[in-house]
Write a protein that binds this ligand. Structure first.
Ligand code: ADP
Ligand code: MG
Length: 323
C-alpha cells in the first residue's frame, strides 16, 4: 500500500490525448512493430488503437482492467528502475471507468481471440472471436458518465490537435515502430518503422526544418546525447519545438530546456526558441520518472550535471555549424 501511495497516481485520463498516450504505450510495451491509431471527433466519440503485439491471454483480460492489478512495481526501490513505459497498472482501469471500451485480443498460442466489453467500469460481456494476433482497443464516448469532466473537453478540433501531438511524439521516439494515424477517416501520419531520425523529422515537421538541422552526437560519463537541433535561423516564438526524449520516453524537463536555451543564447534573439530533437540516454538509477502521474516531468539525481552536459552538447553542435 505504501508503494501505491508513493505512486502519486492522481488523474491519469484528462482528455482523449491521455487515452491515446496510455494505449500507445501499452502497444509498445507489448512489442508491437505496427500500430494504427484512429480517432473521430478529436477522440471524443471514438479512439481505436490496433497493434500487432503479444496480445492478452483470455483469462487475463478482466484482470488487466483492475486498478493496480498489473502493477509491475513490487517495492519502492523498483520505482527508479522500471524499464517499460507502463508500470502503474491503472491506465486500462481508468479508461474503462470513463468510457465504453471494447477490447479484441489474441495471443500467438491461442486459436481464437477474445472480445471483451466494459463500460463505465461495468463488464458487458466476453465472447470468442476470430482475429489476427495482437490487440485492438476501442474507447467510445469519453466521459459519457462524468458530464462535469466532459464539459472540460475543448472542441473536437482542439482535442484532435492534442492527440496528433501525442502520436507524433511517440512516432518520433520509436523510429523502429510503424505508426499510422487516421483522423476522421483521413490519413494524417504514417511512419514506416525503418526510417532514421531525420526521415521522421521530415515526415512530421516538413522541409524547412529538415533542411536546417545540425547533428548532435555527444558521449559523456553516464550520459549520451544524440539527435538534431535546428539552426538559429529556424527559431520559433514558443517552446513547442523543443523536443527531447530520455531513455526513449518523451518528457518535459525544465533543466534540459534551460540547458538547450543557454547554449543557444549567443545565437538567438530574446523570446525565440530552437527546434530540437534530442535523445538522452541516461543511467536509469539517476532518474525519477514517477514525479508526475502522466510521467512527463522528470527529476534527476544530479540535475546540475545533466544541465551542463546539455549546454555542452548543444553548444558544440552550434559552434561547428559553419564547417
Ligand atoms: P500497465 O501498462 O501500467 O501495466 P495498463 O492498465 O496500461 O497498466 O495495462 C494493464 C495490462 O494489460 C498491462 O500490464 C498488459 O499486461 C496488458 N495490456 C494492455 N494493453 C496491452 C496491449 N496492447 N497488448 C498486450 N497487453 C496489453
Ligand atoms: Mg500501460
Amino acid at each position: 500500500q505504501a508503494t501505491i501511495n508513493k505512486i502519486a497516481a492522481g488523474e491519469v485520463i484528462e482528455r482523449p490525448a491521455s487515452v491515446v498516450k496510455e494505449l500507445l504505450e501499452n502497444a509498445i510495451d507489448a512489442q508491437s512493430t505496427a500500430v494504427t491509431v484512429e480517432i473521430r471527433d478529436g477522440g471524443c466519440s471514438l479512439i481505436r488503437i490496433t497493434d500487432n503485439g503479444c496480445g492478452i491471454p483470455r483469462d487475463q483480460i478482466p484482470t488487466a482492467f483492475l486498478r493496480h492489478a498489473t502493477s509491475k512495481i513490487r517495492s519502492a526501490d523498483d520505482l527508479s528502475t522500471v524499464a517499460s513505459l507502463g508500470f502503474r497498472g491503472e491506465a486500462l482501469a481508468s479508461i474503462a471507468a470513463v468510457s465504453q471500451v471494447e477490447l479484441i485480443s489474441k495471443t500467438a498460442d491461442s486459436f481464437t481471440g477474445t472480445r471483451y466489453q466494459i463500460e463505465g467500469g461495468i463488464e458487458r460481456g466476453t465472447e470468442e472471436v476470430g482475429t489476427p494476433e495482437g490487440t485492438t482497443i476501442i474507447a467510445r464516448n469519453l466521459f459519457f458518465n462524468t458530464p462535469v469532466r466532459k464539459k472540460f473537453l475543448k472542441t473536437p478540433m482542439t482535442e484532435g490537435t492534442h492527440v496528433a501531438a501525442v502520436v507524433e511524439k511517440i512516432a518520433l521516439s520509436h523510429p523502429d515502430i510503424s505508426i499510422r494515424f487516421i483522423q476522421n477517416n483521413q490519413n494524417k501520419l504514417y511512419t514506416s518503422g525503418n526510417s532514421n531520425l531525420k526521415d521522421l523529422i521530415y515526415t512530421v515537421f516538413g522541409r524547412e526544418i529538415t533542411s536546417n538541422l545540425l547533428q548532435v552526437d555527444a558521449v559523456y560519463e553516464g550520459i549520451y546525447i544524440t539527435g538534431y537541433i535546428g539552426k538559429p535561423v529556424i527559431a520559433r516564438s514558443n517552446r513547442n519545438y523543443e523536443n527531447y526524449f530520455v531513455n526513449g520516453r518523451y518528457v518535459r524537463s525544465n533543466l534540459i530546456s534551460k540547458g538547450i536555451e543557454e547554449a543557444y543564447k549567443p545565437f538567438m534573439m530574446q523570446h525565440k526558441y530552437p527546434f530540437t530533437m534530442l535523445h538522452f540516454s541516461i543511467e536509469p538509477e539517476t532518474l525519477d520518472v514517477n514525479v508526475h502521474p502522466t510521467k512527463m516531468e522528470l527529476r534527476f539525481s544530479d540535475g546540475e550535471y545533466v544541465f551542463k552536459r546539455t549546454v555542452e552538447a548543444v553548444g558544440e553542435a552550434l559552434a561547428h555549424r559553419e564547417l
